[in-house]
Design a protein around this ligand. Structure first.
Ligand code: 13P
Ligand code: SF4
Length: 303
């Protein structure tokens, strides 16, 4: 089947199933192009919470599809490629969080949304990279904070707020390996281009950038910045959308280009198959949904 034939069939089926297709900014361009909505983790959570569609096709990784299910439990949430996981989310287990609770019984536990539903069920409040500093800043000043699982996002927030936190030692393999040298090199190659990175990068990297923002924040930054060209220090999938929305601006990736192999697993084929078979669907026990949704609701209430 050609891409065009696949797209036509997806369009027939999405109508028949009354499905909404949500895509993260990192998935491949052809998937972004057929989505009803493309966004960052926070924007996608809000879309899922507001959606009344009986079917959500989630083009991203498993913790995002789980979050959509927590926020739209009545919907069938399809993750077209069930092996599309997030290695960072898998670094923190519910058991590890319970163990940390024993060591820090009075602390507030803040979980980056890049966690499994089982971990969310153990924490007090969630955050995304778009609102992490705001969520942490609103917590009582006399309370100890445990931040998980991303040590880099945690360090960046701690630095920004001048507030100490206990950090879980997780990291995103795609962003953790970005080195200061890569920024110095692109800076000398493109001296007039602002460098924008993701706060999942180590602090030594964010310190050299002009801005460290969520993927949604990057799109806004580029839209509002008068510069003609930008260096983008995150998964290169976002460059598709940046180019589409800013046809007159130039975008350069860091070298080597950061890639998240899991985000790239979602394809037109897998979306079509998911809509045909209505599988694989995210299944979570009702009791887990009830507990895991609370920290996300607290985050959304703080927006
Ligand atoms: P955003 O919320 O910034 O889109 O980031 C999600 C993510 O997984 C980054 O690696
Ligand atoms: Fe997870 Fe990193 Fe991929 Fe984001 S880019 S989904 S944090 S592995």
């Amino acid at each position: 089947m050609t891409d065009m034939e696949m797209i036509n069939r997806i369009n027939e089926l999405r109508k028949l199933r009354k499905a909404v297709i949500l895509a993260h900014n990192y998935v491949s361009g052809e998937v972004q192009d057929i989505a009803d909505f493309t966004g960052d983790s926070l924007e996608l959570s809000i879309k899922a919470a507001e959606s009344s569609a009986p079917v959500i096709v989630f083009c991203g990784v498993s913790f995002m599809a789980e979050t959509a299910k927590l926020l739209a439990p009545e919907a069938v949430v399809l993750l077209p490629e069930p092996t599309a996981g997030c290695p960072m989310a898998d670094m923190a287990s519910a058991e590890a969080v319970r163990e940390l609770r024993k060591q820090h019984p009075d602390a507030i536990f803040v979980a980056y949304v890049n966690t499994t539903a089982a971990v969310k069920a153990e924490v007090d409040i969630c955050c995304t990279s778009a609102n992490a500093a705001k969520i942490v800043a609103a917590l009582p000043a006399d309370k100890e904070i445990v931040f998980l699982p991303d040590q880099n996002l945690g360090s960046n927030v701690a630095k920004e707020l001048g507030r100490e936190m206990i950090l879980f030692p997780g990291y995103c393999p795609t962003h953790h390996r970005i080195e200061p040298q890569q920024l110095l090199q692109t800076r000398s190659q493109y001296p007039d281009s602002p460098i924008v990175v993701h706060p999942e990068c180590p602090v030594e990297v964010t310190a050299l950038a002009d801005a460290a923002l969520s993927t949604g924040g990057m799109l806004k930054y580029v839209r509002e910045n008068p510069a003609n060209s930008f260096v983008i220090g995150t998964e290169t999938g976002i460059i598709h959308r940046l180019r589409k929305e800013n046809p007159d601006k130039q975008f350069y990736a860091l070298a080597p280009a950061p890639r998240c192999p899991n985000m790239k697993k979602i394809s037109l084929e897998s979306i079509l198959k998911a809509l045909e078979t209505m599988t694989p669907a995210v299944e979570l026990p009702a009791a887990l949904i009830e507990r895991a949704r609370q920290p996300i609701d607290r985050m959304l209430a703080a927006k």
